[in-house]
Write a protein that binds this ligand. Structure first.
Ligand code: GLA
Length: 391
């Protein structure tokens, strides 16, 4: 019995000492450190900030980092409330940044692609840059031919948002920012007080929620314009990504990409993603690529699954849940290799896809589309969740 105990004791001592044996002997300058105990790295939810430069008019801008316990990391700046990067593990646990963008603020100050940006006051297009509300015609900035796109010349993507909250607890890490868009800004009526909140959860979700209130009847449609490539940003095109959209219908557009007003079935057309289909399988049949608003089967109003994207080489899956009635599928058709982004990556045509949850384009001029009108005393709310997993 005694001998058995002694052998066990010796074996334990050897096992405990072995890892230490690999350690190089301390040099005379290096004091002997405490015995090394193998500590398994445990990540905590965290929310941090650091300077990110300044705008042309001298305003200091910050870069915020939200990290979850599985290593997912979202970096956001309060310039344009832009999602700067989003690192997500593949099926082997290897992290990659899956959104297009720039390393420094400068790239964002110059861009016209809306990489990662919060878009408003009205995301997407308003035909002929005008609409009528309560019998009054409002003229907006025409920044896309004769049409208005993504809030105008200086939309919400080009303003400095005010940080309101930054914290992490055991379940989530959160950043909340606010912006007051003044009456007549880019031609819109009413002072609009908005907030956007990014929340990274322990369940690998990035939730983006918006709230807005006005002092005069106005229109609102806020979205996030992230460009995703689930294989890793800048690594190639997204034509092999497999997409499912919970949408039986879409809104056909004219040459200026303004909806005609028709709500058409996707059946028997290259627009159909009701079953998993690679993005590239029929893209040649839709001209320059997809740049269309899908009518979600949920009808909006409650948080429901809108889209699922699967990237076969990495195994990454992104699901999008939203309270919005529509989603714009845009396949990076205007990327042409002239932009160099993070890590020196050159962004070519179809190197990313966007799924911009939204109300339908040109709704202020389409009385049959779900209303985008916000009255004083009402609260605009919109929630979109990006949920990540692997297969
Ligand atoms: C949106 C539009 C596209 C394009 C991009 C930005 O998604 O629908 O037509 O303007 O933004 O380049």
């Amino acid at each position: 019995m005694k001998t058995r105990f002694l052998i066990s004791f010796v074996l334990i001592v050897i096992a405990v000492c072995m890892p230490g044996c690999k350690k190089k002997a301390p040099t005379p300058q290096e004091p002997e450190s405490k015995p090394e105990v193998e500590v398994k790295e445990t990540r905590l939810m965290s929310a941090n900030e650091e300077p990110f430069g300044q705008t042309a008019d001298g305003r200091q801008v910050t870069l915020y980092t939200l990290t979850n316990t599985n290593g997912l990391r979202a970096r956001i700046t309060n310039y344009g409330a832009i999602l700067v990067s989003l690192e997500v593990p593949d099926r082997d646990g290897k992290l990659a940044d899956i959104t297009l963008g720039f390393e420094a603020l400068d790239g964002y100050l110059k861009m016209d692609t809306y990489f990662g940006a919060t878009v408003g006051r009205y995301a997407n297009r308003i035909g002929k840059a005008r609409f009528v509300l309560d019998g009054v015609e409002y003229k907006l900035a025409a920044n896309n031919g004769e049409n208005h796109l993504h809030g105008g010349i200086k939309g919400f993507d080009k303003v400095v948002w005010r940080p309101e909250d930054l914290w992490a607890n055991d379940n989530e890490a959160l950043l909340k920012m606010s912006y007051i868009s003044e009456d007549d800004e880019e031609g819109y009526p009413g002072n609009l007080a908005c907030t956007v909140t990014y929340t990274l959860t322990k369940d690998d979700e990035l939730k983006i929620s918006y709230e807005a209130e006005t002092d005069k009847t106005t229109v609102v449609n806020l979205t996030n314009h992230s460009y995703f490539n689930l294989a890793g940003q800048g690594t190639g095109d997204i034509l092999g990504h497999e997409l499912t959209l919970n949408a039986d219908k879409y809104t056909p557009v004219d040459e200026g990409l303004i909806p005609t007003g028709e709500i058409r079935s996707v059946k028997d057309s290259p627009m159909d993603f009701t079953l998993p289909m690679s993005i590239g399988s029929r893209i040649k049949q839709v001209g320059n690529g997809y740049d269309h608003n899908y009518v979600l089967n949920s009808g909006g109003g409650t948080l429901a699954l809108a889209a699922r994207v699967y990237e076969p080489t990495s195994g990454r899956v992104m699901e999008i849940y939203t309270t919005e009635p529509g989603v714009q599928l845009y396949t990076g058709n205007f990327l042409d290799g002239t932009l160099t982004g993070k890590g020196g990556k050159v962004y070519k045509k179809h190197y990313a896809f966007c799924l911009e949850t939204q109300h339908f384009p040109d709704s202020p001029n389409k009385s049959d589309f779900p209303s985008v009108v916000l009255q004083p005393g009402q609260k605009y709310t919109s929630v979109t969740v990006h949920k990540f997993s692997t297969r």
